[in-house]
Ligand binder design. Structure first.
Ligand SMILES: Cc1cc2nc3c(=O)[nH]c(=O)nc-3n(C[C@H](O)[C@H](O)[C@H](O)COP(=O)(O)O)c2cc1C
Length: 236
């Protein structure tokens, strides 16, 4: 089979991001030091640890008025933010909130979205989004940047609490058919996650580990150093 190889200097437009798919979308609410709110989508976004639960997002390029994007500035100044989960039903609004608006103009008004207060942090939540993660700022990592005046920076944050609408649950578990989260593909494309696209796999090493541990427990040889307890076999 023929393959093509591109050195970074020869990447075609959108190639890199089109290879790393699907990317979840963090739809992020922040406020500035005066309390003005901001909402924007970020697909350089992911979960990065379990305990404590942490996430990252990265802003690249620059604000239309120069300097860093509002989300980055706000989060570094006020140290709180909310991740609203982007769903198929909200796709138009998610896209609208990526517009460059004049300073002081709220994306909530622009995209005709209602806000609701958060419990632990000051930035509000998008009412229609079924899952919200209330987060605090942890640190930033400056990334290399090849274009003058642009700034690439990754933010790490800790998740302090999660809200979930009951109507996206089935038997207490998140039901992706009900949630219908959207993900960013390459170019202008997006994908929806639906049950038809989902399959399950058990992790072989993990299963073996559990079997061995269960045998030990049955024999009364529970290992002090082991973290295994029946029922904690959540895979990643
Ligand atoms: C689906 C989607 C994903 C995006 N992902 C990112 C991203 O990961 N990083 C980034 O800097 N901009 C991203 N953008 C563009 C920002 O949303 C846009 O620059 C926005 O105006 C930033 O807003 P702010 O200045 O209010 O923070 C994305 C846009 C869309 C529509």
């Amino acid at each position: 089979m023929n393959t093509l190889f591109f050195k970074v200097a020869n990447f075609t437009k959108g190639l890199f991001k089109a290879c790393i798919v699907p990317r979840p979308i963090g739809w992020i609410t922040t406020i500035d030091i005066k309390g003005n709110e901001n909402l924007a989508p970020f697909s350089y976004f992911n979960a990065i640890s379990d305990d404590p639960p942490m996430i990252m997002f990265s802003t690249t390029g620059k604000h239309i008025g120069g300097g860093v994007k509002d989300t980055l500035r706000n989060v570094e100044e006020t140290r709180e933010f909310v991740i609203n989960i982007a769903t198929e039903e909200l796709r138009t609004q998610v896209n609208l909130t990526s517009a460059d608006l004049a300073k002081g103009k709220s994306e909530f008004e622009y995209a005709e979205l209602e806000r609701i207060p958060s419990v632990l942090v000051k930035p509000p939540r998008v009412k229609r989004s079924p899952i919200h993660l209330e987060c605090t700022y942890y640190s930033s990592i400056q990334l290399p940047c090849n274009s003058e005046n642009n700034i690439n920076r990754m933010v790490l944050g800790k998740v302090e609490g999660i809200h979930i609408a009951e109507n996206v649950l089935t038997d207490g578990l998140i039901d992706w058919e009900k949630l219908r989260p959207i993900a960013r593909m390459g170019y202008n494309d997006y994908a929806t996650i639906t049950r038809g696209n989902i399959f399950s796999l058990s992790r072989p090493a993990h299963e073996l580990f559990i079997k061995k541990e269960e045998e030990k427990w049955k024999k009364g040889e529970g290992n002090e150093g082991s973290t295994y307890k029946k029922g904690n076999s959540n895979g990643k």
